[in-house]
Design a binder for this molecule. Structure first.
Ligand code: ADP
Ligand code: MG
Length: 558
């Protein structure tokens, strides 16, 4: 299957999704649409986040509608209000050329009256949170006895949130012959409770390995003292001036606290969690989607499944308590085939969790050092220069001031002028970072990881040069040979990443290589090398038997 056309779905749908930029189906869409379109089977679809599950069920669902009959034919349940809104927006976009199709989103926190009147006008699809739907059923304001299809999106999260009973009674209000389609990114054991109870011989489709994270994400962790967590967070933001991130905290209180601190410290941040009113949450999400907001500080529940384009970083201010949540958080970046970075700030106690996530999610973490003051200043300076180069000049507005300004500055030469302009903005960071200490904990001796003393050295070196600096494997090899004066076969493997790389080095020469870089400068930038934990993608052989870091039930209030 190469094109959406080959699915033989309505022309109007094809036209609309083509305009949305969908050229060809994603793997989950390719495999699920032909099956779901038949409408005669229960279905379980598991695929990584950001792989297009909404269209995977949305398109066949719309295709199966009898549009002339204005009764509710399909119900979509989702765990949060944000997701309901997102899904119904997506469906409405697919229906751009099928304006007769009516979709209502019903969720708590918004006026139930408005939702009731929308339902009264006649709808084909209802997208709902379990709580609000229950409310509407109790008030007899919605009739879902006519549905043919029930979709459970992010089903594992609905169970986590304790919606089991609501889902039970909702499904009791639906006809026995309806089909259930369940979609999720991870498959914790709890989900079998739903499948066993409600589904008949479901067709099970897993795209990619179960419980895996997207491949195009780099997973990095920093190790700091507990007291330095917040400072480390600021460094991450400062060293990435163009960052567009979601910062995950474990509780509502912490989410609020970190957002407030960031705002106070002058960052463009806001929080998203369940204690905010619906209006506040909508506003925050709108700002974030419009990029008017740079840092979204969120709880796991509030940010579940959220699809915002081009999120550059997911930051785990604290590691989540469950491995699956790590996957869900990371999935907020690297959507629709793009790449992204997840950074976890941990303390030495959490190193075991890192190992566990590596094993169960089958990813490889990269240990990196929290950037130092010099690095932050360097990045800020370069960002400022880029801004100067990109700034739009408003000739009309500025021209009348220019003669006087030129006159005032006429005795300063160009270089000095540049230095002064840059210092103006830069001094702020320089002042702040002049005495900034090293936040990293030296845990290489503690045998927490395979460090150089543990006897299992991978001989892998981290270097802060990568694709962005114009390197590919060949160029890097030449550069390494030149800098170290060692032969090519010293370097057994080169792995170039965006802004850094990993070099595997023959054991006998490892220290020599590290030494050679002691005072190396590349294009005016200090080259930083470090002993790395290794960048090899190890395949995990262990089964994902225990996922909760030893805890039985998630006991968080998010
Ligand atoms: P999931 O539910 O699997 O996490 P979504 O359904 O939210 O993923 O889709 C992720 C992103 O990918 C959305 O922005 C969506 O518009 C985009 N997308 C989905 N299908 C396609 C496609 N076939 N081609 C291009 N982009 C797509
Ligand atoms: Mg989704």
């Amino acid at each position: 299957m190469k094109k959406f056309k080959e699915f033989a779905i309505r022309e109007e749908l094809i036209k609309a999704i083509t305009e949305l930029g969908f050229e060809k189906p994603t793997p989950i869409q390719e495999q699920s649409i032909p099956i779901l379109k038949k409408g005669n089977m229960d279905f379980i679809g598991l695929a990584q986040t950001g792989t297009g599950k909404t269209a995977a069920f949305g398109l066949p669902l719309i295709e199966l509608l009898d549009i002339d009959q204005k009764i509710i034919q399909a119900l979509i349940l989702a765990p949060t209000r944000e997701l309901c809104v997102q899904i119904s927006n997506d469906l409405n976009n697919y229906c751009k050329y099928l304006p007769e199709v009516k979709i209502a989103a019903v969720y708590g926190g918004a006026s139930i009256e408005t939702q009731i009147s929308q339902i009264k006008k006649g709808i084909h699809i209802v997208v709902a949170t379990p709580g609000r739907l229950m409310d509407l059923i109790r008030r007899k304001k919605i009739n879902i006895s006519t549905i043919k299809y029930a979709v459970l999106d992010e089903a594992d999260e609905m169970l986590n949130m304790g919606f089991q009973e609501d889902i039970d009674s909702i499904l009791e209000n639906t006809p026995a012959h309806k089909r259930i389609w369940l979609f999720a990114a991870t498959m914790p054991d709890e989900i079998h409770a739903i499948t066993g109870k409600y589904m008949h011989n479901p067709y099970e489709l897993t795209v990619g390995e179960k419980n895996t994270a997207a491949e195009n994400i780099e997973h990095i962790y920093y190790v700091v003292h507990e007291r330095d967590r917040y400072t480390a967070l600021k460094r991450i933001v400062d060293v990435n001036p163009d960052i567009f991130a979601i910062i995950f905290c474990r509780t509502k209180a912490e989410t609020q606290e970190i957002a407030e601190k960031l705002i106070k410290d002058g960052y463009n941040a806001d929080s998203l969690h369940g204690d905010l009113s619906q209006a506040q949450r909508d506003k925050v999400m709108m700002h974030y989607r419009d990029r008017a907001l740079q840092l979204l500080v969120a709880t796991d529940v509030a940010a579940r499944g959220i699809d915002v384009n081009d999120v550059s970083h997911v930051i785990n201010y604290q590691l989540p308590d469950e491995v699956e949540l790590y996957t869900h958080r990371s999935g907020r970046t690297a959507r629709a085939g793009k790449s992204g970075i997840t950074i976890s700030i941990i303390n030495t106690k959490d190193i075991g969790k890192i190992k566990q996530i590596e094993r169960l999610v089958n990813i490889k973490f990269i240990y990196a050092k929290v950037p130092g003051g010099v690095e932050v200043c360097e990045q800020q300076l370069m960002a400022l220069i880029k801004k100067i180069l990109k700034v739009e000049i408003n000739q009309q507005g500025i021209s009348k001031y220019l003669p006087a300004i030129f006159e005032e500055l006429k005795d300063i030469d160009k270089n000095e002028l540049i230095t002064r302009m840059v210092s103006l903005e830069f001094n702020r960071f320089l002042d702040y970072y002049r005495d900034a200490g090293d936040l990293n904990i030296d845990f290489s001796k503690k045998d927490h990881i395979r460090g150089k003393n543990s006897g299992k050295t991978e001989n892998s070196m981290f270097i802060n040069l990568g694709v962005m600096d114009g390197f590919d494997n060949g160029k890097m090899l030449k550069y390494l040979m030149k800098t170290t004066s060692l032969p090519a076969d010293t370097f057994t493997r080169i792995n170039i990443k965006s802004v850094y790389s990993f070099i595997d080095i023959k054991e006998a020469h490892f220290q020599d290589v590290i030494e050679s870089f002691k005072s190396e400068v590349y294009k005016g930038r200090k080259v930083r090398v470090d002993i790395s934990e290794g960048s090899k993608n190890k395949k995990s052989s262990s089964k994902p038997e225990r996922r909760k870091f030893g805890k039985k039930k998630r006991s968080l209030k998010t």
